[in-house]
Unconditional design. Structure first.
Length: 354
């Protein structure tokens, strides 16, 4: 290194080493990509699976929990509901820690649960469809249609983990004020009781113990009607319609890929690609809205409509699931106290069926 020749040799050796390192990394990337395309796992442990002689196998204890979780989310349950169920059952994460809404949200977005192999996808947030390279060699915990339907629900505005204030009390953001039209919000009185108050005009307030039992009773009564199935048929989730929407979305996603390829090959100008992309994205936005509306109607899944068993089922629903059912069925408006004074008048609670 003391002479120009020595420094030249050192630089050459460094360049050769860097060249070899880059080649090694390129080989590793190709190998990882090929492994993904063959459907091999890039993980050794995963919730819902156990190691088997021929690769990962569904865990008979936790795999059913995963499948049920997707169904529950589609039926209106919250991430918190599922976390409580799993933690109460002692079905903790693979690190032995209790589930949180954040860890559960990340888990339910993993394509591997649907038997799909992804390569270099986004670690957080919505599933990166472009990262999915094919079918996996392990058995899925949930079918693809259910997996993608659940993604539509998880991606819906307001479903992000951490927005707890909206669901802290059953009717917050759901019951309306009969005086000014704004929504009521739940809070605690000094005696510890929950009260729903209009924080816009402060002209309406009602105790949770007065309104909530009424709504549970009214909803159960409505859904137990002999003609409930026919009455609510237009509100019940249509599996065929949901599948049609999913296939249309897949076609549009493929159209975006085609536009990108044709632009790269010089077949389209940047302006042509922008116009076409805007049109396709507008169609995707409309379909996604229809998809979210369809999945919202899964709230009735598992509820024995038109039977006496409805009352017991409604009573057992989690607050988030009941909110979802009520939101699909009716609009709730609470009128001011009026002349009744301190005596609660049930007629203040107006239920307008949708």
């Amino acid at each position: 290194m003391a002479t120009p020749q020595g420094r030249l040799v050192a630089r050459l050796k460094g360049s050769v080493a860097a060249h070899e390192t880059e080649h090694k990394k390129a080989r590793q990337r190709r190998a990882a990509r090929q492994k993904a395309e063959r459907g091999h796992p890039n993980w050794s442990k995963a919730f819902g699976y156990l190691p088997g002689p021929n690769g990962p196998e569904p865990d008979p204890r936790t795999a059913p929990l995963v499948k049920q979780a997707y169904a529950d989310i589609l039926a209106g349950a919250s991430l918190g509901d599922v976390c409580r169920q799993w933690n109460d059952a002692g079905a903790f994460t693979i690190t032995g820690r209790p589930w949180t809404t954040t860890t559960l949200s990340k888990f339910l977005r993993k394509p591997r649960n649907a038997g799909l192999r992804a390569y270099k996808g986004a670690r957080y947030g919505p599933v990166d469809r472009d990262a999915i390279v094919g079918k996996a060699q392990w058995s899925p915990l949930v079918d693809e249609a259910t997996f993608w339907a659940a993604q539509a629900v998880l991606d819906a505005p307001g479903r992000a983990p951490g927005r707890k204030s909206v669901r802290r009390h059953l009717l917050t953001g759901l019951a309306g004020c009969g005086k000014c039209g704004n929504h009521l919000a739940g809070s605690y009185r000094t005696d510890g009781q929950v009260v729903y108050v209009c924080k816009a005009c402060h002209g309406v307030a009602i105790l949770a113990d007065n309104i909530e039992p009424i709504l549970y009773h009214i909803v159960a009564e409505r859904l137990a009607m002999p003609d409930a199935v026919d009455l609510l048929r237009r509100e019940i989730h249509d599996a065929a319609e949901a599948e049609t929407i999913r296939l249309e979305l897949e076609t549009l996603y493929g159209e975006l890929d085609r536009l990108a390829v044709e632009r790269a090959e010089g077949l389209l100008t940047a302006r042509q690609v922008k116009i076409s992309t805007d049109i396709v994205n507008a169609k995707i936005t409309k379909l996604q809205a229809r998809q979210q509306d369809q999945e919202r109607l899964r709230v009735f899944d598992g509820i024995p409509l038109g039977t006496p068993q409805v009352a017991g089922m409604i009573a057992e629903l989690s607050p988030d699931r009941f909110r979802a059912v009520l939101d699909v069925l009716a609009e709730v408006v609470v009128q001011p106290v009026g002349k009744s004074g301190r005596i609660f008048n049930p007629e203040r609670v107006q239920v307008n069926w949708r």
